[in-house]
Design a protein around this ligand. Structure first.
Ligand SMILES: Nc1ncnc2c1ncn2[C@@H]1O[C@H](COP(=O)(O)OP(=O)(O)OP(=O)(O)O)[C@@H](O)[C@H]1O
Length: 692
């Protein structure tokens, strides 16, 4: 369920929309909008912990228990985001707005406020604002202030915001607002003023993502696998409904994937509702996802036979009317929810030029024998992790039933697509379709185009958060399969967001031993809010497919992580034994520690990110030495320098720029650990920074 969709479910029909009374969003808004900003700051400083918080568990008896644990922890995370919001470099400052109108419904005050265009451009839907009759400043004691949520940006320099001034909800169970003088003061101010009353306002942070997570948390009772989520166990495994992978495709998979990767794909083909795939670094998680996509999109239910030319349907089935056949397929297959609209609109055996061909791979040829196709959603927690996998699909393509590699129809939806995946980004595809329809003199609107692109795409790529956006609400074709990459790096409510689209099978691919989800609130963290659904399931004994051969690290490097984190079970693929020329110098690998004794850590801004200047200087020299002796390292971006600290990345970039020129980034990647995740290089130099 999209947040915006949920918001409009009251049927008001207005843009931005009222929120339905008793909806999860109404509850979220009432709780958050009632909070006292100044008290949140003090509580955070004093590390005050609310009473009654409980730790997350491995399994839950019922939804009430589940929500009673997760909801308060999610609210702790919201508080931490609010407190952190103003710490971050934010260009917005206090602004004045003129109240143009104010109406009240379901206890909320809805204000239309005229603001400067610069401010209007900086705020978006679900941004949290702080409103006050006076500007917060030292020595000023504000008497009338409250939070507000941006509902929409109207035309002509106005924004519509929602406040809740009835009181503060202090007890989540009773959820009765308690009287608060500052809210009463603000309430009388906004109600008594007729025109041109001025309010001060400042943007605190965006709550879009966490609101989607909150809505998703409350959507669990409506999910088909509600019990599975609560119990972390599959009760009703349906036997005998395996998928048949066409022989040529199976040959390809067997030749190109290792046994553990194949096992993971077989687990999916056996139709378990949830399949967990754990992949230590470089064990081919992405490779396995590509194999899964080929299998999911081109396999047939076991009641249908396949041959190398495509699918042929057994006689008893062929004799049936199309509707009956479809009915049978739907019963036989949880991946099929209906006829694929693509098959209805595509030219038979043809290419519809869905996106421009950027490499030698051919776009999909739709075979007239193919009567069905799963609709797949692939998600990742971050834009960079998502683009990494989109790029792999674009570069490697996927394999069809005849094992012919092709580019599937895909769309990458959401914000900030990397330039390398622009050609499949939603905005680009919409623009192309718009240009085509203008050329054909056809009128069409963007919303409809977006919905049709989502329906037509075989695979939709989205971040976890964006999958809860209203962009999905007009889609008419639900997803059959959801694949979540880096699934151990997201909090449980984030994983629930894409599941609300009505999927039937979920693949969680990740590694709980690697980076966990980012949780800002130390209190929520302490109570286990950062534990991913993947880890919770694993702890509860849910079966996990383990990928056990790594293809990235030289055996000398993999030895330690294998022993330390994976009980020694991680094996090395053959290719990693390759000897690089620079190994002739022991100080150039396979791995080497350099003790920069004179190095000192410091915080240039007095707090936050750390730097170590001496380390940066040493790394510049080390790279210079390597690249001079082994010029092949300069033939492409084969070297990376990574560090956990953003400021260190900044000074490293500056040093490399001054030593090697403006274009240094064409041969060397300097990035944070998070920013580099999922990528590989011949040589990696890690800058530890902390040296005490
Ligand atoms: N079965 C295989 N045989 C040979 N090479 C493989 C196989 N599977 C994966 N690889 C290679 O191993 C490397 C790592 O694969 P991939 O990027 O899919 O791993 P990953 O688990 O997604 O990595 P990360 O840990 O960064 O998430 C790639 O170079 C890939 O081509």
């Amino acid at each position: 369920m999209a947040v915006e969709k949920a918001a409009s479910s009251s049927g008001s029909g207005g843009a931005g929309a009222e929120i339905a009374a008793n909806s999860p969003l109404s509850r979220f808004s009432k709780v958050v909008l009632g909070w006292d900003y100044l008290r949140l700051l003090t509580d955070s400083k004093e590390r005050k912990q609310p009473k009654g918080l409980k730790s997350v568990k491995s399994t839950y008896e019922n939804f009430n228990e589940y929500i009673s644990i997760y909801e308060p922890l999610l609210f702790e995370e919201v508080k931490a985001q609010i407190v952190q919001g103003r710490d971050e470099e934010d260009e917005t400052d206090w602004q004045q707005g003129l109240i143009a109108s104010c109406d009240e419904s379901e206890g909320f005050h809805r204000l239309s406020v005229a603001v400067l265009e610069t401010f209007q451009n900086k705020v978006s839907e679900n941004d949290l604002l702080l409103l006050s009759t006076v500007k917060f400043a030292e020595g000023v004691i504000p008497k009338a202030y409250a939070f507000a949520l941006v509902e929409n940006r109207g035309g002509q320099g106005t924004i519509t915001i929602r406040t809740f001034l009835a009181g503060e909800v202090k007890d989540l169970e009773k959820a009765v607002p308690q009287r608060s003088q500052r809210l009463l003061n603000l309430s009388s101010f906004v109600q008594s003023t007729t025109t041109n009353a001025r309010l001060w306002m400042i943007k605190i942070c965006s709550l879009s993502t966490i609101m989607r997570e909150y809505v998703a948390l409350h959507s669990v009772p409506q999910l088909p696998f509600k019990d599975l989520i609560l119990l972390a166990a599959e009760r009703n495994k349906i036997e005998g409904r395996e998928w048949n992978v066409p022989a040529p495709l199976m040959d390809y998979l067997q030749t190109n994937l290792n046994e553990s990767q194949l096992d993971a794909i077989h687990a999916g083909l056996s139709r378990r509702s949830f399949v967990l795939i754990q992949g230590p670094p470089g064990t081919g998680k992405t490779q396995t996802i590509l194999g899964l996509l080929s299998a999911v999109l081109h396999s047939a239910p076991s009641r249908l036979q396949s041959n190398s030319k495509g699918y042929s349907v057994r006689k008893q089935v062929t004799g049936l009317e199309f509707e009956d056949k479809l009915d049978n397929w739907i019963k036989a297959s949880p991946w099929l929810l209906g006829t694929n609209p693509r098959d209805l609109i595509l030219p038979i055996d043809g290419d519809d030029g869905f996106y421009p061909t950027g490499n030698e791979l051919k776009p999909e040829i739709v075979n007239s024998n193919r009567k069905y196709r799963a609709h797949v959603l692939v998600c990742a927690p971050s834009n960079s992790a998502l683009d990494e996998i989109v790029l792999r699909v674009l570069q490697s393509g996927i394999h069809d039933e005849n094992s012919i590699v092709y580019k599937p129809k895909i769309v990458r939806i959401g914000l900030k697509p990397h330039h390398s995946v622009q050609a499949v980004s939603m905005d680009y595809l919409v623009q192309r379709k718009l240009s085509a329809s203008v050329a054909n003199r056809g009128g069409t609107d963007r919303e409809r185009l977006r919905a049709s692109i989502l329906d037509e795409s075989a695979i939709v790529f989205s971040t976890l958060s964006f999958s809860g956006s209203s962009a999905f609400s007009r889609m008419s074709r639900p997803f059959d399969v959801v694949i979540i990459d880096e699934a151990a790096q997201a909090v449980e409510p984030a994983i629930l967001v894409p599941l609300a689209h009505g999927c039937r099978q979920v693949f969680l691919v990740g590694d709980p031993v690697q980076l966990p989800a980012t949780v800002i609130s130390p209190i929520a963290e302490k109570f286990g809010y950062g534990k991913s659904l993947f880890k919770r399931f694993q702890e509860a004994g849910f079966p996990v497919q383990m990928l056990n051969i790594q293809y990235r690290m030289h055996p000398e490097i993999s030895l330690f992580p294998s022993k330390e984190f994976y009980g020694g079970f991680l094996q090395d693929g053959e290719s990693v034994n390759r000897k690089s020329p620079w190994y002739t110098y022991r100080c150039f690998g396979p791995f080497c520690f350099f003790d920069i004794v004179e190095g000192e850590e410091s915080q240039p801004s007095g707090c936050g990110s750390w730097v170590n200047e001496q380390e940066a200087e040493f790394i510049t020299t080390l790279y210079h030495q390597m690249a001079t002796r082994f010029p092949e390292l300069k033939s492409g971006p084969q070297v990376a320098v990574i560090s956990p600290y953003r400021n260190q990345v900044k000074i490293l970039s500056e040093r490399f720029k001054s030593s090697f020129g403006e274009n240094f980034d064409q041969v060397i990647d300097i990035n944070t650990v998070d920013g580099f995740q999922g990528r590989e290089k011949e040589v990696v130099i890690f800058s530890c920074v902390r040296a005490n």
